[in-house]
Write a protein that binds this ligand. Structure first.
Ligand code: DX5
Ligand code: ZN
Length: 245
């Protein structure tokens, strides 16, 4: 499996000191920043949008290579993922991770959605790549893993995701309990795609990392476990060793 990538979720940072918290977590050993974007519609919670992302971008050095340190991993918990691609690119997003359910839902197909916003996962991944970002695709706990084979097995490079995010909680809030029931999805992905970046998000910390690492996850999101720790650097390094061992 690929090397560990540790991505603290800034949902658990101090929003009144976001720039400094972002800078600090990178200096404590984090690889990426996991940036949770919620629209109060796809999930029952609201966070922030492009102007805030652009502001914090200036506190963290831009990655010099794809997947490099300082990558802004934007987890788009929004109902119309295609609509925001260009704005997040301009705000400094490096990896745009949309939800399969949003690109492929009744919302995406509803009469209120204008035709230019209707999209298939393959088309959306291509569009994200054409806009100069890495592309991720996320699935909620109730979504079956089989829906991802279509994009992962696409014969076109531009239609294949750079990362798959398997949610290990219902998206919407930090600090929830890890759902080990989602790990068979990670195992199935790892078996088929030895080099794929597989991200897990929700309830990860010292008590749950071993299960996730054994299943084959290598991109580890942790919000409360990192920002709530007395020694965040120690937690980051513990998460990394569990994956790399
Ligand atoms: C939940 C978010 C997560 C969240 C994780 O919808 O996607 O990224 O911040 O928080 P913890 O690590 O505290 O479960
Ligand atoms: Zn997230």
């Amino acid at each position: 499996a690929p090397q560990a990538i540790i991505a603290p979720s800034i949902l658990s940072a101090d929003f009144a000191n976001l720039g400094e918290d972002c800078r600090r977590t990178i200096s404590q050993g984090a690889d990426w920043l996991h940036v949770d974007i919620m629209d109060g519609h796809f999930v029952p919670n609201l966070t922030f949008g492009p102007p805030v992302v652009a502001k914090i971008r200036s506190h963290v050095e831009k990655p010099t290579e794809s997947h490099g340190k300082g990558t802004f991993d934007c987890h788009m918990m929004i109902a119309e993922p295609k609509k925001w691609v260009k704005e997040f690119k301009n705000a400094g997003c490096d990896l745009y991770c949309f939800h399969y359910e949003a690109a492929h839902s009744s919302a995406a197909e509803s009469p209120e959605t204008t035709s230019e916003l209707r999209t298939s996962p393959r088309e959306l991944i291509r569009y994200i790549h054409d806009n100069g970002m890495l592309a991720g695709i996320a699935i909620k706990p109730t979504t079956k893993i089989d829906v991802l084979w279509d994009v992962l097995d696409s014969p076109h490079d531009k239609e294949r995701p750079d990362m798959v995010l398997v949610m290990t909680v219902e998206p919407g809030f930090g600090g929830q309990k890890f759902m080990a029931s989602e790990l068979p999805k990670v195992e199935a992905l790892r078996q088929r795609y030895p080099e794929l970046n597989i991200e897990v998000d929700g309830g990860l910390g010292p008590g749950t990392i071993d299960q996730a690492a054994d299943a084959g996850a290598n991109v580890i999101v942790a919000g409360s476990a990192v920002f709530g720790a007395r020694d965040p650097a120690e937690v980051i390094s513990l998460l990394r060793s569990a994956v790399n061992s």
